[in-house]
Ligand binder design. Structure first.
Ligand SMILES: [Fe+2]
Length: 369
């Protein structure tokens, strides 16, 4: 099955769609439609079933299992269309392999946002890259959670993940949406990124960025699904932290001088458009000791921005782009941007002293268990 076959499977024929003027000309005939346009159309239904996909070649009969994918799928609703490809509501796909065949099943993740906007017949809440003029104010990160970025089988559960809100349970068989995942009562609603990492011993590591207040929540979750510990790193600002790397002993975060501008955010711009490049500032490298959680260090680097990282042996949510290799050498005080990442490290405030207002209001203090 090639990509165009996949798009046809999804029912992306273009009928009845409202698209920006820049692309509508391409929909006059599917033959004229580039593949990438097809990816921005809604599927034909809220749930899709294809019992047997057309295959090019043959699959070994002994190859069995389910391959899950997740991604933005509802890009338009009513007369409105998102302008950023990260905005659409998430749809989880299950490709079930067995007896030399593949079936496909897909279903939207019915988050509170999805349900409310479906009822309203229009996008009403702000999204990562699109904010309509009459958008409602987001009451919490999960009010705008689209669960569209990653899918994680973990602890016999299937978790649909987004960058800035809670994980959402999805039934591995029916793909029906379950509950919001709450790792502990006092972490309810705390952001849980879409790019966790499963360690070699099965431990799940992850982080969440609390926008506006510069707080980084760290999670260590046992293979059983029980939260082992959580910490909060207080940052000076809100850099766009999208991913992290793990080593045998450390978690490594690159904190770029690409940061949220509270004024822009407050003026109604989208989350991504509220970020600014502060090119005179350094990029910081935050290193967390996995054994203690509370011990951190920061290394100052020349200004740079990264989006994803590569960790050899990382088994979940694998990222595909490379980052600057991190080398750290302890010193005792901060200084100006150095010529390389090997130069300066300083103690970072780790855990709770500048616990942000949003977390304090919604989550209380962090448990250590
Ligand atoms: Fe991401």
């Amino acid at each position: 099955m090639n990509r165009r076959d996949f798009m046809r499977l999804m029912g992306l024929s273009g009928a009845g769609l409202v698209l920006p003027g820049s692309v509508t000309h391409a929909l006059a005939g599917e033959a004229a439609m580039p593949d990438w346009h097809l990816g921005f159309q809604n599927p034909r239904a809220e749930e899709l079933h294809t019992p047997s996909l057309k295959l090019d070649g043959r699959l070994p009969k002994a190859l069995t299992g389910t391959f899950y994918r997740n991604g933005p799928a509802r890009h338009a609703l009513g007369d409105r269309r998102y302008s950023h490809w990260f905005d659409g509501d998430g749809m989880v796909h299950a490709y079930r392999l067995g007896d030399g065949r593949i079936s496909h099943h897909a279903r939207f993740v019915e988050t509170p946002k999805y349900i409310a906007e479906t009822r309203a017949g229009a996008f009403r809440r702000p999204a990562f890259g699109t904010v309509f003029p009459d958008a409602e104010r987001a009451a919490s990160p999960d009010a705008i959670n689209v669960a569209n970025t990653n899918i994680l089988p973990f602890d016999d559960r299937l978790l649909a993940l987004w960058e800035g809100g809670s994980a959402w349970e999805v039934d591995p068989e029916t793909l029906a949406t379950g509950d919001r995942v709450t790792w502990s009562d006092d972490l309810a609603g705390a952001p849980f990124s879409a790019h966790p990492a499963v360690d070699t011993d099965g431990t799940l590591w992850n982080f969440g960025v609390v926008p506006g207040d510069g707080a980084l929540v760290l999670y260590e979750i046992a293979p059983s699904g029980k939260l082992r510990r959580a910490d909060v790193v207080a940052l000076d600002a809100s850099p766009m932290v999208h991913d992290f790397a793990i080593t045998r002993r450390h978690l490594v975060f690159l904190l770029p001088p690409f940061r949220l501008d509270p004024e822009r955010f407050g003026s109604g711009k989208s989350f991504v458009d509220s970020h600014r490049w502060y090119g005179d500032d350094a990029m910081q490298v935050l290193v967390i000791d996995k054994r203690t959680g509370g011990a951190g260090a920061g290394s100052i680097c020349p200004p740079a921005c990264t989006f994803t990282s590569v960790t050899p042996g990382r088994t979940a949510a694998a990222s595909s782009a490379s980052t600057t290799p991190v080398t750290t050498t302890p010193t005792s005080s901060p200084g100006p941007p150095a010529a390389s990442c090997a130069a300066r490290i300083f103690p970072m405030p780790v855990a709770t002293p500048r616990w942000c207002a949003w977390i304090r209001a919604t989550a209380g203090s962090i448990s250590r268990s």
